[in-house]
Design a protein around this ligand. Structure first.
Ligand code: ADP
Ligand code: MG
Length: 392
């Protein structure tokens, strides 16, 4: 249905002063709204909290839950085109909205990205390699699924997981009872879908971002090396210390996915680099991604501007990188003292305007630019050790 509304979208490219709607009010919405504003657009955000990071930089806030049809109707009325900044959205709401106003990326992309079973099946049918995995659609299937993929394995709920939430490791020695208990803990008696996948010893994690416009033109960004702490992204470093082949393969894979979804917008693919040099697809995000925040300071056109250009029918910008870079997330109490970020040479600080510091909360990020300044890059390098296997 979204296709119909997209075709009936107001004249493209969207003229100056047009209104871009954003579902969700987090930091990704905030940075998208800033990019929209720089291109002369106005932004209306639909989210449930007036203190949300995106609200402060938008022209209008519809304060409501995403399920609220009256609020969605108002958004459809006000906006010329709508995008979303997270995939944990009720598909029914977005589909309903897409029948009234153009929504990009389309509902198919959202549907695939928010359901790990559909996502992994889509990778398979597109010829994109993944770790061995099995769907688990009922409690009784979990034992066989773990046996099929081999242990240790990782159990992941199909819907709603993020930052490692909704996941647990299945150890080699876990009993059948332990696996059933795992299912019961996550399902809490309700219906649930999940997957079990082999836990692999990858060399490192990479991600790659593509922007695709309405004519199907695509530009990719340099893949980043991603390090996590407590299941939350800690640093993204570019260039990633991998060979040309891996860089090319990553770009080819993400473009194939974007084409397969008839995607318009910015899409991120998370990858595992295996000791063999093979890249395995882990998951996609149908939106700008935390591992692409470095593009704001190190590329001619960053991922947020690219999103706005793509959905507004403007030509995509140059995604070239003009500096080596390391992005570090500022999580929880890291935000208590910002002076190190302000004082570090070549550091560019981005705060999201969140009032309460809570453990695990993404408060901002800092980008360390360039290799000319030893202090800045020394810190960046110490944050993201480069002692990786080299594929050159
Ligand atoms: P999300 O980011 O939605 O929480 P992911 O599937 O990306 O879920 O998993 C979070 C992290 O857990 C990954 O970035 C990776 O570090 C680790 N992980 C996920 N799947 C596997 C796997 N099959 N083998 C080893 N590590 C994994
Ligand atoms: Mg992930």
């Amino acid at each position: 249905m979204s296709g119909n509304a997209q075709e009936s979208c107001s004249a493209l490219p969207l003229p100056q002063g047009s209104v871009i709607g954003i579902l969700g009010g987090g930091q990704l919405g905030r940075m998208s709204a800033i990019a929209a504003s720089l291109l002369g657009y106005r932004v209306v955000v639909l989210s449930s909290d007036p203190d949300d990071p995106a609200v402060a930089v938008s022209h209008k806030h519809i304060c409501a839950e995403v399920e609220d049809r009256k609020a969605l109707a108002e958004l459809a009325e006000l906006a010329d085109i709508v995008t979303y900044e997270r995939e944990q959205l009720p598909l029914a709401s977005v589909t309903w909205l897409s029948e009234r106003v153009a929504v990009a990326p389309n509902c198919l992309a959202l549907e695939v990205a928010q359901d790990r079973i559909r996502e992994k099946s889509f990778f398979g049918s597109s010829g994109i390699p993944t770790v061995p995995w099995r769907p688990v659609t009922s409690r009784s299937e979990i034992i066989a699924a773990a046996a099929d993929v081999g242990r240790p394995a990782i159990f992941k709920v199909a819907y709603g997981g993020y930052d490692g939430k909704g996941q647990a490791t299945i150890e080699v020695g876990d009993t059948d009872e332990a696996l059933f208990a795992l299912w019961d803990r996550f399902s809490n008696g309700a219906e649930m879908m999940a997957i079990v996948e082999r836990k692999v010893a990858f060399d490192c994690e990479l991600s790659v971002i593509v922007a695709r416009d309405r004519q199907g033109k695509m530009v990719t960004y340099d893949p980043s090396l991603n390090d996590h702490k407590n299941h939350i992204l800690d640093t993204s470093t570019v260039p990633a210390p991998v060979g040309e082949k891996q860089l090319n393969d990553a770009g080819t894979m993400v473009c194939k996915i974007a084409e397969g979804l008839d995607y318009v917008g910015v899409l991120c693919l998370e990858l595992f680099l295996m000791p063999s040099g093979e890249l395995l697809a882990n998951e996609i995000a149908p939106r700008p991604h935390n591992s692409g925040h470095w593009t704001i300071d190190a590329c001619y056109t960053d991922q947020f501007e690219q999103l706005i250009r793509a959905i507004a029918g403007l030509p995509l910008g140059d995604s070239s990188r003009f500096s080596d870079v390391c992005m570090k997330n500022i999580i929880g109490s890291d935000a208590e003292d910002i002076s190190p970020y302000l004082n570090a040479p070549n550091a560019k600080l981005h705060l999201y305007g969140k009032q309460d510091i809570r453990p695990g909360r993404k408060m901002g990020h800092v980008t360390y630019l360039g290799s000319n300044d030893p202090a800045g890059m020394a810190e960046a390098n110490s944050l993201a050790p480069m002692n990786r296997r080299s594929y050159e």
